[in-house]
Write a protein that binds this ligand. Structure first.
Ligand code: C5P
Length: 378
């Protein structure tokens, strides 16, 4: 029976970019957050004499050949497993095909999760079924759900780490979807670590009718680094400081007396900081480590996006966002709110400005994995 998987969107809660590297990529430090918003990816796999992959979608903007990330992921996984199968993938697009939300990357992981489930059912000796029975990581019977994501040490040494490596070959922001919830991303974004989940928040995703090319945004960033005479050393130092600030803010607060520097350059002493019961998001905001560096180049090109951020943020009003930002290189932007009413008020403001939006919530890691494989669609 085909397996249907939820393929969630992500936002970047903060994103620091370094100087360009010799391999054409940029080192970065980011915190990813998965959202409830999702596509549906359905996979079926049968033993076959030769491997064939077919991909369909309800949205004609989705590539249906080897250029699709889900196709690439399945092809790599089959080759890695030395498994010959006839695979069908259907992507039911519900997410906007909008830059910054990682929709294509999430589709790749949803296809992988679906493929694993299918292979465990039709190929009893498939490594994923052995791995599952060995460590009880995931169950595969009807009516059951996926459980813990593959990130603990035992799993990282086996199937999980192989998945992370394969995912990184498909794209820099693919592996994050093998973790889910709140995630620290390092190196080119593919090196991922689970952070304690932030408290659930309402999220309004603004969808301006502007398309931003990620490689172009990185090139614009390079020009800005030259303009600002940012050296490799200064940029590496900035990222190191930022990763420390994230680790502290998201992993339980700053120890008393420890001094940290936010990317805003503001020094704060431990005594002035929020206590352990304050949310990680508030702590990170206090320390100025929630900025997205892409805003510096993308807002220059598209000033209307800066205006949309202001609409989402509504600073100084009772409905102000906890945080508002561009996601990745955009053009999607988001606002996070404590109360549903505040999120809905933001949607009303966006509508008045002629900007489409969607209301969703952040999704924590256990919920992300519990709901991933669906037996029945609602
Ligand atoms: O890894 P991914 O295929 O998503 O990257 C797309 C492009 O974005 C890369 O070819 C590169 O130009 C740019 N990029 C980068 N630094 C990163 C991630 C992506 O320069 N950390």
């Amino acid at each position: 029976m085909p397996t249907t998987v939820r393929s969630h969107a992500k936002i970047n809660l903060g994103l620091g970019i370094g100087a360009p590297r010799a391999d054409g990529f940029h080192s970065l430090v980011t915190v990813y957050q998965t959202l409830e918003l999702h596509d549906w990816v359905t996979v079926s796999a049968r033993p076959a004499a030769e491997t064939t992959i077919r991909l369909t979608s309800n949205d004609n903007r989705v590539p249906t050949d080897h250029n699709n990330t889900a196709w690439k992921m399945v092809e790599l996984a089959l080759a890695s497993l030395q498994c010959i199968a006839d695979v069908e993938i259907h992507i039911d697009k519900r997410l906007p095909v909008q830059g910054g939300l990682g929709a294509g990357s999430a589709n790749a992981i949803a296809a992988l999760v679906g493929l694993e489930r299918e292979l465990a059912g039709v190929f009893p000796s498939h490594p994923s079924s052995e791995e599952r029975s060995k460590d009880g990581a995931r169950e595969s019977g009807a009516g059951e759900t996926a459980s813990i994501p593959p990130f603990d040490q035992q799993q990282l040494e086996g199937w999980g780490s192989r998945n992370l490596e394969l995912a990184a070959q498909v794209g820099s922001d693919v592996p994050l979807f093998l973790i889910g919830g709140t995630i620290l991303g390092l190196d080119r974004g593919q090196e991922v670590y689970p952070l304690p989940d932030i408290d659930p928040a309402w999220c309004v995703v603004a969808l301006p009718q502007i398309s931003v090319s990620t490689p172009q945004a990185f090139r614009d960033w390079d020009a800005l680094c030259v303009e600002q005479c940012l050296t490799q050393e200064a940029s590496a130092g900035k990222l190191k400081q930022l990763s420390r600030a994230y680790a502290s803010a998201f992993a339980g607060g700053f120890p008393r007396g420890e001094r940290e520097v936010g990317s805003s350059g503001v020094l704060s002493s431990g005594e002035d900081l929020a206590g352990p019961r304050e949310s990680a998001l508030v702590r990170a905001g206090i320390h100025g480590c929630l900025q997205n560096d892409f805003e510096q180049v993308v807002f220059r090109q598209h000033p209307s996006l800066a205006e949309i951020k202001r609409i989402l943020a509504a600073p100084g009003t009772p409905e102000a966002a906890l945080h508002a930002s561009l996601s990745g290189s955009g053009s999607a932007l988001y606002g996070l709110y404590q109360a549903r009413g505040d999120a809905e008020a933001a949607q009303v403001r966006l509508e008045a400005a002629g900007v489409r939006s969607q209301l969703t919530r952040t999704v924590q890691r256990p919920v992300y994995w519990r709901g991933m494989i669906v037996e029945e669609r609602h």
